[in-house]
Design a protein around this ligand. Structure first.
Ligand code: ADP
Length: 574
């Protein structure tokens, strides 16, 4: 690094062994350099990408220009037993109606007796009707160690595992089971900022679904790691085609053709994502330089109800087939855009020049709000309100050009890892860095060149709630960022916060009750507006078939408990 010129420093990524090749490929295409530990100094990188988690010291020693691809303590939702525990807690707190998207689960060996009780009760009440269970080791992935059973005598395990109710009536395409891999990026936990990628994967089992044989992994499990070894993997399967994956666009165009309202289905999935991540909010320390890519596995049952199967830490990014290439390259490009780097990192460079010339090094005591490049905190035209930000970008192309004000806001009161708050230091560093740091070199041109085939059908609109008032908290450079995150970055759609009330409720200590209530209200509003439209459509077309398909898409209980009774809400959305 000592040879590097002071006025030019390309962005540098660092990959840990086992990190996906596609990340390297995309970053090199975008003009980044790869970190070389022989040649470069310890902190001379901008992004460190690991498949496994980071050590505590990695979070503690992070420098202002650096980002890590994991938040600490993510096992709170990515370990099957922890997720099961959180889901149960939320069901108790907010009612099984709201959290009914997660199949009942028991953690073994500790909850064996509890499971036995439920199993026995079911046997008595079911009167001969079969009920199936799936047993999964808590800390394994890719389908390893999983088996199904109907009779408890077949439950054999030698390590910690969960037993989960098996969703035995999955939606099938030409007899094949499938699940959805939804990519979710948590930009920040404090405040909670969630993006859902609208391109994802549909993963098929490669043998036709049958309950007659619970041993057939190729018919019951949808993991690619298993199905790519199936006899039928390469065969041209009816409707599904060869291999075992579709892009989400292809799936959605399939739903369109079936007259299924995929928008409402998508909304229900985004609720699952928000409600699941909310469970982890109190456990995850604020770490503004981190960002998390999660893989949500969602199964849709025959009545179009989506179920959460699990949340994957470091979802697989291997490129096994054309669908992978389309989806994953675009995804990584969009993640990098969400991080909102500039092409040239004079910030990092100056830190190092300073170090070389023996002057004070930049690391100590930097304001939390300054942990990301300054441009992230400054909306392009002064104060950016929720209203402007959310409604201001109507097309994907427009919003790509608007990503210059992506934010990773940090509240001064939030728990943090690393640096101290110090507005004076903030000013001092601003001055020292000079005006060139304020120039945003947009990545869009580079990105457009390298972006892989865009999804072809039905881009999902982001939730745009035009009638919201501007938030009362203006953006302020010194008192930390209060800007609303952009509603769209590439194919990432802002899922949370989705209105002013949720934006407010997730500041400081997240008000989980208020957020849950808003999710509830939004759902009810959407459901009733869809109902209304559907009724009109039915009356005009005198069609009965559509309603049969539509009705089960409605999310949540018909008559949900009124959470507004237990928490006071000042909602602007009517
Ligand atoms: P892993 O981390 O090993 O992939 P998952 O929980 O994702 O474990 O389960 C693997 C596969 O098993 C899923 O992709 C899905 O096809 C199937 N599966 C898991 N849980 C259920 C369930 N409760 N009901 C129906 N199918 C399930």
């Amino acid at each position: 690094m000592a040879e590097r010129e002071c006025d030019f420093a390309p962005l540098v990524f660092r990959l840990h062994g086992g990190a996906p090749q596609v990340v390297r490929e995309v970053l090199l295409e975008r003009g980044w350099d790869e970190y070389d530990e022989e040649e470069q100094e310890e902190g001379d990188w901008n992004l460190y990408w690991r498949s496994s988690g980071f050590r505590k010291s990695d979070y503690e020693n992070i420098l202002p220009w650096q980002r890590l691809n994991h938040h600490p303590k993510m096992s709170q939702i990515t370990r099957k037993d922890c997720l099961a525990r959180h889901m149960r807690r939320m069901k108790i707190a907010f009612g099984t109606g709201l959290y009914d998207f997660s199949p009942a689960a028991f953690i073994l060996p500790n909850e064996y007796t509890k499971f036995l009780g439920v199993y026995t009760r079911n046997r008595m009440t079911d009167r001969g009707k079969s009920r199936y269970w799936i047993c999964k080791p808590v800390d394994l992935s890719r389908g390893r160690g999983i088996f199904l059973f109907e009779d408890i005598k077949d439950l054999v395990y030698d390590s910690s595992a969960i037993v989960q109710r098996y969703i035995s009536n999955p939606l099938l395409i030409s007899g094949y089971k499938f699940d959805l891999r939804i990519y979710v990026c948590v930009k920040s936990f404090s405040p909670l900022v969630i993006y859902m990628h609208q391109e994802g994967l549909v993963r098929f089992a490669t043998e036709k679904y049958t309950l007659a044989s619970l041993d057939s992994l190729y018919s019951h499990l949808t993991n690619t790691s298993i199905n790519k070894f199936g006899m039928c993997y390469a065969m041209d399967k009816e409707r599904v085609g060869r291999g075992c994956k579709w892009t989400m666009s292809r799936f959605r165009s399939f739903l369109h053709k079936q007259d299924i309202n995929e928008l409402l289905l998508w909304h229900r999935i985004s609720n699952i994502v928000t409600l699941t991540l909310l469970t982890a909010v109190p456990c995850i320390p604020s770490s503004p330089n981190c960002l998390e890519l999660l893989g949500f596995d969602i199964l849709i049952d025959a009545s179009y109800k989506p179920w959460l199967l699990e949340v994957n830490h470091s979802p697989a990014l291997t490129l096994d087939c054309p669908a992978d290439v389309t989806v994953k390259k675009g995804l990584i490009n969009d993640i990098i855009d969400l991080m909102n780097y500039r092409m040239v990192d004079s910030f990092r460079q100056k830190g190092y020049c300073r170090k070389r010339t023996g002057r004070r090094y930049l690391r100590p005591k930097i304001s939390q709000g300054f942990l990301l490049p300054k441009i992230l905190h400054a909306p392009p035209s002064g104060n950016k309100s929720w209203n402007q930000s959310v409604s201001g970008s109507s097309s994907s192309e427009d919003t790509r050009n608007n990503t210059g004000y992506a934010t990773c806001p940090v509240h001064p009161n939030s728990k943090s890892i690393g640096h101290e708050k110090d507005p004076q230091k903030f000013e001092e560093i601003n001055n020292e860095l000079g005006s060139d740091d304020l120039k945003l070199t947009t990545l869009n041109s580079t990105r457009k060149l390298h972006r892989n085939a865009p999804s072809t059908v039905c881009k999902l609109p982001s939730l745009r709630l035009h009638k919201l008032k501007a938030p009362a908290v203006p953006w302020n450079r010194v008192t930390q960022d209060r800007g609303v995150p952009p509603c769209r970055v590439g194919d990432f759609i802002l899922t949370f916060p989705f209105n002013q009330a949720t934006w407010k409720a997730c500041q400081d200590q997240a008000d989980v009750k208020a957020i849950v209530n808003e999710v509830h209200k939004l759902t009810n509003r959407l459901v009733s507006s869809f109902n209304e439209k559907e009724r009109t459509k039915m009356e005009s077309s005198q069609s009965i078939g559509i309603s049969d398909k539509f009705e089960p898409l409605l999310w949540g209980p018909k008559d949900p408990p009124l959470l507004s009774k237990c928490c006071s809400l000042n909602s602007e959305v009517k």
